[in-house]
Design a protein around this ligand. Sequence first.
Ligand code: URA
Length: 327
Amino acid sequence: MALDERRLAMLRDMGVPFWRPLQPRSPAPPANAGATDHTPADTPGPPGSDQAASARETIASAKPLAGAARVASPPPLPERRLEPAAPREVSRMAQPAAVPPPPAPDAAAPRQGEAHPAVGAAPAVIATLDWPALRATVAACRACGLCESRRQTVFGAGHPRAHWMIVGEAPGEQEDLRGEPFVGPAGQLLDNMLRALGLTRAEAAPADQPPLEPAQQAYIANTLKCRPPRNRNPEPEEMRRCEPYLQRQIALVQPRLILAMGRFAVQALLRTDEAIGRLRGRVHRYEGVPLIVTYHPAYLLRNLPDKAKAWEDLCLAAQTMEALPPR
Ligand code: URA
């Protein structure tokens, strides 16, 4: 069911921001199609012609609304059909790095196009790799102790030239088992959030549906490519060792906008230890690319009222994306 004017007015009165795409998008396929362990309670039903609107309702009016009643909501962001607000911009943080600089070279890397892995390749070499070589290098990486306990590396998922890039923290148990980022409970919420914006992690639409456009697609990657034992927090040395892989993924995707989810993604990309709550609500920059900070989906699962704030962040991201000049 689409948001009708009565419900939009209600959201506006309650101070809950909302967002609608300017043009109807082609229906997004089920994000994370093929995932068998996904039975999210808040999944907005199977995809259909009204999928995106339905999902937006799910996030905007279901749990976030309940949350919004408990948290003090800031004034609503302008509706996207009207003039998008010029988002406040903050350039890349000039603060000292929370993560130390990358390690010195200690091995060679494969040549372009070779699936020959480089174990512990030098950051300068990683920065030159193409997708197959980068993937193979990550898969063979033994640059930190996490290689001892991982089942497999978790490289990334999504279209390699998606306009949106989502950066999370590290694989959990499900991701370690399946080799794909965000497939556990936090991933189900992430997929709902993406769907609410009319986005998908799918690389291609099913054969019976119109092709996807990069503007509808998100590439998902983590700060760490290996699961920390018992899902403990990443350690600075692990982040330092893994950082060149994420940097290269971003360079290859060339996203139009980055959504940094949680404090480890923020530390890696903005070089700051500031709390998410102090960083959200503004447009930051990573190497010139607009970057929006928001809570990690796993945090949102434990702190339901903050889903309303996450929805505000998604609205800001959508507005920021829409305000970008055509490429
Ligand atoms: N949390 C993350 O940050 N990434 C995943 O892939 C899964 C959970």
